[in-house]
Design a binder for this molecule. Sequence first.
Ligand code: NAG
Ligand code: CU
Length: 268
Amino acid sequence: MLSLIAIVSFVSTVAAHGTVSGIVADGIYYTGYNPSFQYMTPQPITPGWKIPKDLDNGFIAPAAYTNPDIICHVGAANAQGAAPVKAGGKIVLQWTPWPVSHKGPIIDYLANCNGPCEKVDKTTLKWFKIGEGGLIDAKKASNGYWVTDTLIANNNTWTITIPKTIATGNYVLRHEIIGLHAAGQANGAQNYPQCFNLAITSEGTDNPAGVLATTFYKATDPGIKFDLYSAFTSYAIPGPPLYSNAITVSQTMPPKATASATGVYAVS
Ligand SMILES: *[C@@H]1O[C@H](CO)[C@@H](O)[C@H](O)[C@H]1NC(C)=O
Ligand SMILES: [Cu+2]
């Protein structure tokens, strides 16, 4: 009996990593991709990139940092829709319940598709960082209070603002949590990237230079090989520098969406 309970609780722990179930863009809710969609005919079209192999809501490990799987998660294929948003507008990312043990940074990037994101070759996308957060208070909570704790406190949501200065265009948003709970071991960090197509309208003109996602991180970066159970006092967020006109958002419980999008959101 006891061993059966132990097995059941182990299974639920393994299944407890996460995925973004939906986003709210300028107040409108859009369903995210779910691997169960691959069994439906027709498959729902969402702004969320398709990750049919991610049946365990799993992660990408440092050994795969130079593999295209780091771009938009395992085997990711282009979303066939996009969520419209104005520069300066907000996107709220709704995660499935995030495990409190999975402390770590939350990082957001954009890449201009320079054409339809529905067709772009993901390995050509050049990303610039529009948001980042990590350790908030090393002394608060066991193993510190992190942005992932803020996310959990806000109903598993994370809010970003699209920079006002970037040019109109079709962009991919790459939103990522890095779980550090096993990162003290080599190859122990857990990257959870999630991508969404955004059709951004803007009065800005900036086209920030970006970098390939396959060059973001190294297994030995101090923010990747990091012992969450040591007596740390600071944390260095990994990846390229933040875009100079990125807008920092103070995280709050998001307002309810005003409407849900239905149908197909293709951009021409
Ligand atoms: C929290 O998020 C869930 C979706 O995951 C939603 O159904 C629920 O209404 C949200 N709760 C609040 C208080 O906003
Ligand atoms: Cu996990």
